[in-house]
Design a protein. Structure first.
Length: 280
C-alpha cells in the first residue's frame, strides 16, 4: 500500500490510456456489434435494465465512462447523455464509436471529482449513471458522493452498479478464494503493477502501476446520505462482468457477459446495484 498523493491521477490515467485500444478491440466489449447494429446494447446495460428503468429524455451524465460502450447504450435507450472520463485515449475510442454509430454524445476529459466544475449542466442532471468497475479508482467515497449530489437536480437519481466490496477483499488462493484486501476504505492505496488487464487481448501492454481503493457498502450509503441523497434501493448480485476470480468463475447461464462462482455461487455477493435520489 502507499499514501494518496496527487500522482495517483497521472498514474491511473497512464494505465487507462495504455489499455484503451486493447479494450476496444476485445471480444468482451464487443464494439463491432455496437457499431454495426443500431439496436445493440452493451451486456452491462442490458443487465442493468430491470433496475435502471425508462431513461427516455433524461439529461444523463455517465461518470468514468471509459470507451463509451455503456454510454452509447444509454443513448440508444433515449437518454440525452454526456460521458466523462479521466483518460483521453479512452475518450478517443468512445468518440470514434459514437461517430460510427451516428450517435450525438458529448464526451469530457476530466477527473470525476472535477465533474461539477467542468460540466455546464451540473445541478440539472436527471440521472447520474456510474457503471461497474469505477469507484475503486477513487480514494474518497465521500468526495464522490458530494460530486454526485452536486451534479443532480433536486429529485434527480443516481444509478450505480459496482463490484461488491466483499468480492474486492478476495484473491485466488491454492484451494479457493482467500481474504487478501481491505473491505473498508483506507487512506493508503492498493498499488498494483503489471502488463495484464481484465479482457482477453493479444496486444502488448506496458507494465504500469495502478492505484485502487476499497469502499464498504455502509460507507457508500452513509456518504450519499451525508450529501443529501435519499437512499432508495440496494440489490446484490451473484455475478460480475469479468472473471474476477479467474478459473474459480464461469459464465452465468442467464446473463451474457456475466461470471459467477463455478461452485456455490450463492455464497458470494459479486456485485451490487444501488439507487438514490437527491433530496427535494
Amino acid at each position: 500500500m502507499g499514501p494518496v498523493t496527487d500522482d495517483y491521477l497521472q498514474i491511473n490515467r497512464a494505465m487507462w490510456d495504455d489499455r484503451a485500444a486493447a479494450h476496444a478491440a476485445s471480444p468482451e466489449y464487443d464494439v463491432d456489434r455496437l457499431r454495426t447494429d443500431p439496436k445493440a446494447l452493451s451486456d452491462v446495460v442490458r443487465f442493468d435494465l430491470p433496475l435502471l428503468g425508462d431513461v427516455t429524455g433524461l439529461r444523463t451524465v455517465h461518470l468514468q465512462c471509459h470507451i463509451g460502450t455503456d454510454t452509447l447504450s444509454l443513448h440508444r435507450l433515449g437518454a440525452h447523455v454526456t460521458g466523462l472520463d479521466l483518460s483521453p485515449a479512452s475518450l478517443e475510442q468512445a468518440r470514434g464509436l459514437a461517430a460510427d454509430a451516428s450517435a450525438s454524445i458529448d464526451y469530457v476529459a476530466a477527473d470525476v471529482y472535477d465533474a461539477a466544475d467542468v460540466l455546464p449542466e451540473a445541478g440539472r442532471y436527471d440521472l447520474v449513471y456510474t457503471g461497474i468497475g469505477a469507484i475503486i479508482w477513487l480514494p474518497s467515497i465521500d468526495r464522490w458522493a458530494g460530486t454526485v449530489a452536486a451534479l443532480l437536480r433536486p429529485g434527480g437519481r443516481l444509478f450505480i452498479r459496482e463490484g461488491h466490496p466483499m468480492l474486492g477483499t478476495l484473491d485466488i488462493g491454492e484451494v479457493g478464494p482467500v481474504l487478501s484486501y481491505p473491505y473498508f476504505e483506507q487512506a493508503d492505496a492498493l498499488v498494483f503493477d503489471g502488463d495484464e488487464t481484465y479482457v482477453d487481448t493479444d496486444q502488448t501492454l506496458q507494465s504500469l502501476p495502478s492505484h485502487e481503493w476499497t469502499h464498504g457498502l455502509g460507507e457508500i450509503i452513509t456518504a450519499l446520505q451525508r450529501h443529501g441523497m435519499v437512499f432508495e434501493s440496494l440489490t446484490e448480485h451473484d455475478s460480475v462482468p469479468w472473471r474476477a476470480l479467474g478459473p474459480l468463475m464461469e459464465p452465468h447461464p442467464d446473463h451474457p457477459g456475466e461470471y459467477r462462482l463455478a461452485e456455490h455461487p450463492e455464497r458470494l455477493a459479486a456485485s451490487f446495484t444501488l439507487t438514490a435520489t437527491r433530496a427535494t
